[in-house]
Design a binder for this molecule. Structure first.
Ligand SMILES: [Zn+2]
Length: 378
């Protein structure tokens, strides 16, 4: 008996040690990869973002091919790619031609994931950031900047490139209906698909905006799959002034209900590496802060009208507030942008409401009042 008492703590100690070893040695899984290329005249030239379940250990090697042509190799150690679609996304990114040379070497058997950039340091600079995405995934982002535009920013030059204000007379609003096609989004207990609720809401918001004399562009008007990259490129090509992404929420807890609105706040992204050393980056931070204030004001108008309206029609309504989340569309957008989660499709009663035309119409009208008031305030 006494011996047992002596052995048990030792076994427990060994088991906890093995558990810690398992955690430390477990590979970090790459869930998603996303590359977005901007217009060459923009401040941002492109973004490459990796979404992991945990931040992997990253090492960097720098090689100077010539005085100005530099190469950076980032190695993600012990990273694994489980999903074929992630491997496919990497292959697609490798085929593209960008303002910078970009290569990705992945060998899952050896847990190798290397990202290699090379560019002329006179033209391009990049900043590596880390942040937590809305989904809880840990993002590692490489942001490429046009160095000449950064220099102009430093000289406090203003111009259309850095215009953050809305075209008040004839603003164009981009309505991004979440998900679509093979991407159904969340599915409610009664079978409601998030993609259908988003599309119906987006159309009603668009119709209402047009009735108010505003110009509208939709990222989708049918049940089709559109990648996040294409949504952002679309908004950029159409020179939109505002971007609103419409979604319905979901939780494993069916009792959770209510409305929440997201906007991206740069303070939650930690800069961990930069090649831009001879430029005062505080001007870039100032510019990003200005953009955040605009997005936040936009979120406030829309969220408040939505809450004031939906609380009168929904006994399960809960104001879940404005959150500073880094959804892909918000991180990459270059105009004031918000993402609205109108209600929880996973809450059976809210699911029914989200499906009803009357509730959708009320939500759409509230969103439009918010958009109009935001524009009037700029
Ligand atoms: Zn969604």
């Amino acid at each position: 008996m006494n011996r047992c008492k002596e052995v048990i703590p030792i076994i427990l100690l060994v088991l906890s040690f093995l558990y810690v070893v398992k955690i430390i040695c477990a590979p970090v899984e790459l869930h998603k990869v996303f590359h977005y290329q901007s217009n060459a005249s923009h401040l941002s030239l492109g973004k490459l973002i990796f979404y992991f379940d945990e931040v992997p250990e990253i090492t960097v090697k720098k090689r100077e091919h010539t005085e100005f042509m530099h190469e950076y190799v980032f190695s993600f150690s012990n990273a694994t790619i489980v999903l074929q679609e992630v491997q496919d996304a990497i292959e697609e990114i490798k085929l593209g031609r960008y303002a910078y040379n970009l290569a990705i070497n992945s060998n899952d058997a050896n847990k190798i994931l290397d990202v290699i950039f090379s560019f002329d340091i006179r033209d391009i600079g990049f900043v590596r950031q880390e942040f937590v995405a809305i989904t809880g995934q840990k993002a590692v982002a490489f942001n490429f900047y046009n160095k000449h535009t950064l220099e102009r920013l430093q000289k406090k030059e203003t111009g259309p490139i850095l215009q953050t204000t809305c075209n008040k007379r004839h603003p164009i609003i981009c309505i991004d209906s979440g998900h679509g096609g093979k991407d159904t989004g969340a599915i409610g207990i009664n079978g409601t698909k998030e993609k259908c609720v988003c599309l119906s809401l987006a159309k009603q918001v668009g119709d209402e905006l047009k009735k108010n004399g505003l110009r509208v562009r939709y990222t989708r008007l049918s049940d089709e799959y559109i990648s996040i990259e294409d949504r952002i490129c679309f908004a950029q090509k159409k020179n939109v002034d505002l971007f609103i992404s419409i979604h319905a929420n979901a939780s494993s807890n069916r009792l959770i209900s209510g409305t929440e609105t997201y906007c991206y706040n740069p303070i939650f992204s930690k800069t961990v590496y930069t090649t831009v050393e001879n430029i005062d980056m505080s001007y870039l931070h100032l510019y990003q802060k200005k953009m955040f204030h605009k997005s936040f004001a936009f979120a406030q108008y829309v969220h408040e009208y939505l809450c004031d309206t939906l609380v009168t029609q929904n006994p399960y309504f809960c104001d879940r507030d404005i959150k500073h989340g880094s959804a892909q569309v918000l991180y990459a957008a270059e105009v004031p942008s918000i993402l609205v989660e109108v209600g929880f499709i996973s809450h059976p009663d809210e699911e029914k409401l989200l499906n009803s035309f009357v509730y959708q119409q009320s939500a759409a009208r509230a969103i439009v009042r918010g958009i109009k008031d935001y524009i009037a305030s700029t």
